[in-house]
Design a protein around this ligand. Sequence first.
Ligand SMILES: *[C@@H]1O[C@H](CO)[C@@H](O)[C@H](O)[C@H]1NC(C)=O
Ligand SMILES: *[C@@H]1O[C@H](CO)[C@@H](O)[C@H](O)[C@H]1NC(C)=O
Ligand SMILES: *[C@@H]1O[C@H](CO)[C@@H](O)[C@H](O)[C@H]1NC(C)=O
Ligand SMILES: *[C@@H]1O[C@H](CO)[C@@H](O)[C@H](O)[C@H]1NC(C)=O
Ligand SMILES: *[C@@H]1O[C@H](CO)[C@@H](O)[C@H](O)[C@H]1NC(C)=O
Ligand SMILES: *[C@@H]1O[C@H](CO)[C@@H](O)[C@H](O)[C@H]1NC(C)=O
Length: 732
Amino acid sequence: YVTLLPKPFQIMVILTLLYISSFFLTYTFYFSIFLSPEKLLVLAVATQETDGFHRFMQSANYFKFNVKVLGMGEEWKGGDVGRSIGGGQKVRLLKEAMESLADQEDLVVLFVDSYDLIFAGGPEEIFRKFQQTNHKLVFAAEGIIWPDSRLAEKYPSVRNGKRFLNSGGFIGYARYIQKIVKQWDLHDNDDDQLFYTKVYVDPLQREKLNMTLDHKCEIFQNLNGAVDEVILKFGTERVRVRNTVYNSLPSIIHGNVNTKIYFNYLANYIPNVWNYEQGCTICDQDMVDLLFSLSKQKFPQVTVGIYIEQPTPFLPEFLERFLSLDYPNDKLNVFVHNSEVYHEKHIQKFWEENKDVFRSFKAVGPEENLTQGEARNMGMDLCRKDLSCDYYFSIDADVMLTNRQTIKLLIEQNRKIIGPLVTRHGKLWSNFWGALSLDGYYARSEDYIDIVQGKRVGVWNIPFMAHIYLIKGQTLRNELKNRNVFVLERLDPDMGVFMYVTNRHEFGRLISTANYNTSHYNNDLWQIFENPLDWREKYIHPNYTRIFTDNVLEQPCPDVFWFPVLSEKACDELVEELENYGSWSGGRHEDKRINGGYETVPTDDIHMKQIDFDKEWLHFIREIISPVTLKVFSGYYTKGYAIMNFVVKYTPNRQAYLRPHHDSSTFTINIALNNKGLDFQGGGCRFHRYNCSIESPRKGWSFMHPGRLTHLHEGLPTTNGTRYIAVSFIDP
Ligand SMILES: *[C@@H]1O[C@H](CO)[C@@H](O)[C@H](O)[C@H]1NC(C)=O
Ligand SMILES: *[C@@H]1O[C@H](CO)[C@@H](O)[C@H](O)[C@H]1NC(C)=O
Ligand SMILES: *[C@@H]1O[C@H](CO)[C@@H](O)[C@H](O)[C@H]1NC(C)=O
Ligand SMILES: *[C@@H]1O[C@H](CO)[C@@H](O)[C@H](O)[C@H]1NC(C)=O
Ligand SMILES: *[C@@H]1O[C@H](CO)[C@@H](O)[C@H](O)[C@H]1NC(C)=O
Ligand SMILES: *[C@@H]1O[C@H](CO)[C@@H](O)[C@H](O)[C@H]1NC(C)=O
């Protein structure tokens, strides 16, 4: 294309191209000779292999840094850095290390903390940025002066940038680093930052050591006082942060002082932990392979703590789900704390049926008067004190686990503390908090909603978790040995243990324990509003949805439709509830419950209203019955309104049958609540106009037929036992 241009321009273009390529050649040459990453040595201090240390090393290994760890296995004497002064031990360790390194002319040393620090850029990048400072020694900077604010006036002023020294990271030629650290003659618990600061604020030393600060966070980003300055910057391979004040892309992120929680959030992404293209890249690292490699005899031993700390709907279902978890029972030690008298019947039954099923079983009831905290610590201690306990699995009764593999999946993820994500159905409520406000309360991290909704999938380091979690027995006996955990919240960052939540699988959900009225007999029946999903699972016939998908629906007589609607449990609990209530009407004509006080075709019944179940029943009609109506009487939109909702009892020595009648309804539903042959003989329904009888009602199935004019009908005699039906006159 050059020849298309006039001659002078051709020459210009060629010269420009030559110029650009020569620039790239020297650039590449320069880097390959002088800036080879081997010339950069990272020295990091860590006395223990904490979770933070592993995270640091993971980021270092990702960029292939050459890291040497100082002090591993040593006792930490450097004090409680972050809350008070200290850290001198770090200088002493560095001083010792530099003795053998200082004579390497072109060696550059990067000295960093490790527990609360990660790399966001690689050796070449850091090297280049260091060169660009044109100094021999560069310290991290921050906007907050620590530990001696009286030194502020001695600091050189900066027009734009952070003014004060931070000793959590610095980089320099080995000789210069040695020059500074060999001045150290203090104690391990003296303050390292104060030491370096005093050197820096001395103009002579500053010049002699050719020392400066990384004022604009080109290399080092301290988060203390700067949380609002940084945002995550997603790339296709990597994630880093951008400092929006200086428009820099720092290479090292340091969660110093009280920014640990925010730092942990950033480290859930940086440098390559999670991004949009690849999702979670570290989730499969260090897994334990339980499902395939171990025989059942070798499965780890798990102590399970089950906590019932308030009246909880669907407790029998919770216990059933627990029993169906896919884990060898002889590897489970079960501890149950129930603080509710109301639930004693459920626990008693569970105990009788399963006391010999597990490796051990211990239950503590409400009579022990344990506080929630005492109970949780008791369960946790069972694992802590039992050296054969490999894992402690804590689960509250409001967690409906739908994933039978939950225990295995959590063990396999191989973290010290990990919980499965469980959420309130259709809500943003979950068992973890993404962030904490400064006063320790709930706050949402920027990614909370994406994690809860499964738009970001991974294993997340989080500050607060409750309801369900798995802790390694080792961790209870070591890092957490003195800690009584009530709910897992705000673990001290210096303890070296991270808390994770995983949403790599669907595990289950949280149910609502609010508004649980336990004054009825079978109280879950009333949960249709508060926990609609669990209500449906428990009370709606398993084949109900097949009415719409597979046409599971019969028409035994003209315009009499017959379909499955209530589950066995719904039928049984409803009958129990009414028998518990007990005031059957006796089938008399005089009836104070209805308008006018006179019933022409009376039955022996109890109205739903009498057991305070009418709101729930009408909701059931609207949610469950209306769709069927629309299917069989297409074009008719029911209001789902009914005044007469009742359960009828037919028994030979009270009322055995009902004479032919019409119903005061547009259509009627009539649900059989028990079994012909098993619970009663006889029964059924006959429609006169069609000379059509249905003599074998099915438990849980409903008839639906027009109420007036065409469908004159009668209740056929029950000859033995007791028959129950639930009836509603809909759209009267
Ligand atoms: C630091 O050293 C560089 C050369 O590496 C030199 O150009 C610069 O002037 C020195 N700065 C000070 C403050 O001495
Ligand atoms: C349990 O606590 C209640 C109320 O605090 C008290 O009245 C009762 O005596 C306590 N029972 C036992 C066994 O400590
Ligand atoms: C619980 O149900 C009973 C019986 O229906 C009722 O009297 C009571 O007011 C309800 N309690 C609450 C807190 O709703
Ligand atoms: C649901 O339908 C299937 C197939 O017709 C049947 O085998 C099963 O027993 C039904 N379930 C119940 C609870 O009736
Ligand atoms: C009614 O049906 C029965 C058998 O189902 C039959 O014996 C009887 O004759 C029928 N009655 C009328 C009036 O059709
Ligand atoms: C009536 O039912 C009882 C049990 O409920 C049974 O023992 C008896 O044999 C039944 N009688 C008839 C006539 O079926």
